[in-house]
Every structure is written in structure tokens, then in C-alpha cells.
Design a protein around this ligand. Structure first.
Ligand code: PLP
Length: 401
């Protein structure tokens, strides 16, 4: 009989969102007519920017003619998009990243999961806790690590959500800033410590900046490559999902600098850019032409304006929620440089109990923090991706707490 990949059996069963949905549905069927405000799921709700829609229409029309039809594109992404990214997201900030260092994909979830293909299974891994679960689960699936030999770096109010440097000498360190789920950030000098740690310990930083577009504070770096020496120790993941509402359309990118090298079994230094290029060319056939033309459109003057209006809309929601939660006597974190608000549960009650209280007293659905890791116990996450009207209504209902 053929064998399965037993590593999958080592995964924690992820009941989080199904458990949340089950509880909401049970409450709704016992209380018909009650309108629940859903602030649990991290998905956008605003339509795509008009510039993106125009670009999509144009790209669709191009497919109707022999002259402009597109078949397979380059696995690494079309040059028009890698160039627009290099210029707008990096060179305009004084960061020297070239189009050849940028790889377009269908999502940061795939890239953060797939990156392990080019790294040794013997590498040790460090993750922040709470964490976006993809980093942990993909390492367990590949057999690199089981749940109990990954070093977890707790991020709680006690350390102001700034992880302490690791103790186990990990080879791969996943950092996500602005952070999902806590909505907190690292300052430039805090991130510099991590780059210096990676340099001195021969570690690789996997830096997920899917929420970069929400950064408002000047001392929060937009890219890890703002830190000197980071190109030798870090891969950066970005996505158009939250930046421009592409969660349904799908487009993202990963930066693998030419300077970044890892050691092979015989001790020679190998370019990660070349390995990732080889991996993508073999296992990926490129993001669709349509989504890449759509992504390019966010870098036009109009596109930039429209996308930033949507980000500001979500940030205004976050600010309304933060104020309302504080008025209700709760302690809140995040929500300034991120669409997530991390709320301390009152009186030391656990995440799921506070989830129930918010659901039954205020008819607000959140996500229990413990679902993102044990250091998330005692917190819940609210997202600002809903409508302005719903956020205002949620604040009114919070007075019922
Ligand atoms: N990285 C983080 C931290 C996320 O929160 C998400 C989505 O929620 C992703 C990556 C996935 O992004 P994408 O839609 O590009 O796959």
C-alpha cells in the first residue's frame, strides 16, 4: 500500500475559523433576526479601484485578438510589473532592488509556504507567537519541524509585542510586520537588531510585509531592505491582496536579492535568487496576465490615489474601533499601522469566553487570539475591513459590555 506524508498527521487540527462560524451560526439560529457584525475574517470588502477595473477590461480585450493574445508568460512575472514594483516600491524609497530580484506570484500565502522548498530540512525555525499559521504548518508538512521543536518567540503586552532574540540559534526566522494578528510593528532600530542577529548567526529572515500599505508612522520601515545589510540575510514577501483588494483576483511578489547566499552541503555558497528562480520555473507557470496588468495599474498616478483612498478608509475604521473599544474600558493594541486591532480581554478571561461575550452582548464576531498561538490567549482580534457604518454601529454596541 502506498504511504502518505505522515508529517501531515503532526499538524494541529485548525478548528479556528470553522469553530467561529459554528458558534455564530448557532447563535443566529437561536436568535433569528439578529444582525451580527462580522469583524473576524481578514478579508477585504471594498471593490477594486477604477484604474484596476479599466486595466482588467483592457487586458481582457487584448485576449480577443491574434496580435495581443497572451499564452504562457514568464514564470518570474512580466517585466512591465517587476519594473513598476522595483521603481515604485523600492527605488523611490532609495532601496536598490532590480526587477531581476522580484518574482511575481499568485499570493504571499503560496510564496511564504513554498519558500521552504529551497531550504534544508535540517534548518531550525523560529516563529513569533501568536503567528500567521502558514509559516508553522508548511514547515511541519515538509518535515522540517514538528510543532514542539520550533522556537516560539512570545509577543504579548509584557514585551510590548516585540519578540526577544531567539535562544536556539535558528537558521530560518519568520517575521511579519505590520503584524497579523496583533496589528503591531517594529521600529527601524528594532528591525535593525534582527538584521544584525541574522548577520552574526548566519540565519535567514523571511520577512512578510503583506500589510506594508497600512504603515502610517515614519519610524516603521516599509521594507526590511531599508536596513543596511538586509539584502544579504532576508527575503521579503509582499502582496496586492490587502494593498489593493486583490484577495479574489490574486497577485503578489517575493524579493530575493542577488546578494543573498546560503550554504550547500559541501560548504559552497549558493545564490538563493537562482534557486528560487529554478523552483518557480519548475513548479509555477506564472500569475495570470490579467492579474499582472491589474497590479501594474495601482502604480499609475490615478491608481496610487485610488488605492490609498481605500487604505485610508480601512484605517479610519480602525481608528473608530480603537476609540470605541477604549471607551468601553478595554485595552487595545495595533490598528494604527495595520487593519487589525488586538484587544486584551478584561479581567483575565480567556479568548473564547470573551468571544462569546462580544457575540451575545454586542452581536459582534471577532477571532479568539488563542487560535493564533498560545501567547494569543487572553486577546481577541478585530479587523477593520468592514464598512464605516458597521464600525460605528459596533462602537455603539460596545457600550453594552
Ligand atoms: N501573509 C499574511 C501575514 C497574511 O495575513 C496573509 C493573508 O491574510 C497573507 C500573507 C496571504 O496573502 P495572499 O492573499 O497574497 O496569499
Amino acid at each position: 500500500m502506498f504511504r502518505i506524508n505522515d508529517n501531515f498527521l503532526k499538524l494541529n487540527q485548525s478548528y479556528l475559523f470553522s469553530q467561529v462560524a459554528k458558534k455564530i451560526n448557532a447563535y443566529k439560529s437561536n436568535n433569528p433576526g439578529v444582525e451580527i457584525i462580522r469583524m473576524g475574517i481578514g478579508d477585504v470588502t471594498r471593490p477594486l479601484a477604477p484604474s484596476v477595473i479599466d486595466a482588467l477590461h483592457k487586458a481582457v480585450d487584448e485576449q480577443a485578438s491574434f496580435d495581443t493574445f497572451c499564452g504562457y508568460g514568464p514564470e518570474q512575472g512580466y517585466r512591465f510589473l517587476t519594473e513598476a514594483i522595483a521603481i515604485n516600491d523600492y527605488q523611490s524609497r532609495g532601496i536598490d532592488i532590480s526587477p531581476e530580484e522580484i518574482f511575481i506570484s499568485d499570493g504571499a500565502k503560496s510564496d511564504t509556504g513554498n519558500i521552504g522548498d529551497i531550504l534544508s530540512l535540517s534548518n531550525k525555525v523560529a516563529l513569533t507567537d501568536p503567528v500567521y499559521p502558514v509559516y508553522r504548518d508548511t514547515n511541519i508538512m515538509s518535515g522540517r519541524a514538528s510543532d514542539n521543536n520550533i522556537e516560539l518567540l512570545p509577543c504579548t503586552a509584557d514585551n510590548n509585542f516585540v519578540p526577544a532574540l531567539p535562544e536556539s540559534n535558528p537558521d530560518m526566522i519568520y517575521l511579519c510586520y505590520p503584524n497579523n494578528p496583533t496589528g503591531t510593528t517594529l521600529t527601524r532600530s528594532q528591525l535593525k537588531e534582527w538584521v544584525e542577529y541574522a548577520q552574526s548567526h548566519g540565519a535567514l529572515i523571511l520577512f512578510d510585509s503583506a500589510y506594508e500599505a497600512f504603515i502610517t508612522n515614519d519610524d516603521v520601515p516599509h521594507s526590511i531592505y531599508e536596513i543596511e545589510g538586509a539584502k544579504e540575510v532576508a527575503i521579503e514577501f509582499r502582496s496586492f491582496s490587502k494593498t489593493a483588494g486583490f484577495t479574489g483576483l490574486r497577485c503578489a511578489y517575493t524579493v530575493v536579492p542577488k546578494e543573498l547566499k546560503g550554504e550547500s552541503a559541501n560548504g559552497s555558497l549558493i545564490s538563493l535568487n537562482e534557486l528560487w528562480n529554478r523552483r518557480q520555473s519548475t513548479k509555477f507557470n506564472g500569475a495570470s496576465y490579467l492579474s499582472q496588468r491589474a497590479a501594474e495599474a495601482i502604480y499609475s498616478e490615478e491608481g496610487k490615489k485610488q488605492v490609498s483612498e481605500t487604505i485610508n478608509y480601512y484605517l479610519r475604521n480602525a481608528s473608530i474601533l480603537r476609540d470605541g473599544l477604549k471607551k468601553a474600558g478595554l485595552t487595545v493594541y495595533g490598528g494604527i499601522n495595520a487593519p487589525y486591532i488586538w484587544v486584551k480581554t478584561p479581567d483575565g478571561i480567556d479568548s473564547w469566553t470573551f468571544f462569546d461575550i462580544l457575540l451575545t452582548r454586542c452581536n459582534i464576531a471577532c477571532t479568539p487570539g488563542v487560535g493564533f498561538g498560545s501567547a494569543g490567549e487572553g486577546y481577541v482580534r478585530l479587523t477593520a475591513f468592514g464598512s464605516y457604518e458597521d464600525c460605528q454601529l459596533a462602537v455603539e454596541r460596545l457600550s453594552l459590555l
